[in-house]
Design a protein around this ligand. Sequence first.
Ligand code: SF4
Length: 374
Amino acid sequence: MAGIYLHIPFCRQACYYCNFHFSTSLQQKEPLVDCLLAEMTLQQPYLQGQPVHTLYFGGGTPSLLAEDDLRRLMERLHALFPIAPEAEITLEANPDDLQPGKLRALKTVGINRLSIGVQSFHEADLRWMNRAHNSSQALQCIQDAQAAGFDNLSIDLIYGGPTLSDEGWAQNVQQAIALKVPHLSCYALTVEPGTALDAFIRKQQVAPVDPDKAARHFEQLMQWVGQAGYEHYEISNFALPGWRSRHNSSYWQGHHYLGLGPSAHSFNGHSRQWNVSNNARYINALQEGKVPFEIENLTPAMMLNEYIMTSLRTLEGCNLTLVEERYGADKRRELERGSQVFVEAGQMRQEGSMLVLNPEGRLFADGIAAELFV
Ligand code: SF4
């Protein structure tokens, strides 16, 4: 069981906080699609014939692709890989791309799940983030997607930003719940080095992000969506029963995946590799018949630490029996010893052989995981 990720590295405009790989120059769109097709052929052996249960078009902004480009990509994927008939096929989309005609086209080419970058329903937040859409598009695209038959729908929301009041955050979450959006991905606004937001803060053109506000918004979020019946199945992800993202879950469960496109990562159980994060260099290499990637072989310690980091972020938690089977009884004991301080602080609990974060610990998930690294 495996997944395939395709990175579409183009955006209409640069959101101030974003550090993903993308270009706002769309001139290379056609050659890049040709190179994705070429890379698929070259990388076809990577998954060793494992059935593919999830496809994910991420970015960047995959909804910028024309129907014909998507159709060519889908046809080649189906020709080269054993894609399961019930595969989850997700496309990340921005609200300003999702007119009814586009939604019909996405359905026609086989997309069965949308992940929409709404971020906020408030105009002030969207302008502050330099998003390409406005607040009415944020709302309208969800209604249009549902009318077009996209029941499997996720929206992204960002909390903790300076323009977002506590009341505004409550309205955003309640709006998503009222619209019956079955999956929410919610992220604290973070200031990544090298982004426009980072520069604005350094020049004191905008106020620094307030971590207390972000913590408050996260705690409120857990409470509101919990009351509305959503499962908090991963630190940043919430789903009504039956609507978890299968693609993202497969990353956390350690399944193999092939990443195609500039900056895309792949994992095959013993090594990780990543393509060059540069559109021109990616295209030049593929035009010469080469995939431009770097590779890292994973040691048992690296794999165990990665398992600790990803599993603690999930509702199910870290399986100590699995740790013992794969990495030895001493590693299990080390983990149990290390976790005691967090159990005593009420941030974590042990249920049988599972180590699970309590709501009090979820805010510090990555820091706790790092403390437990072997
Ligand atoms: S649309 Fe998404 S990928 Fe593009 S700049 Fe904005 S946040 Fe980044």
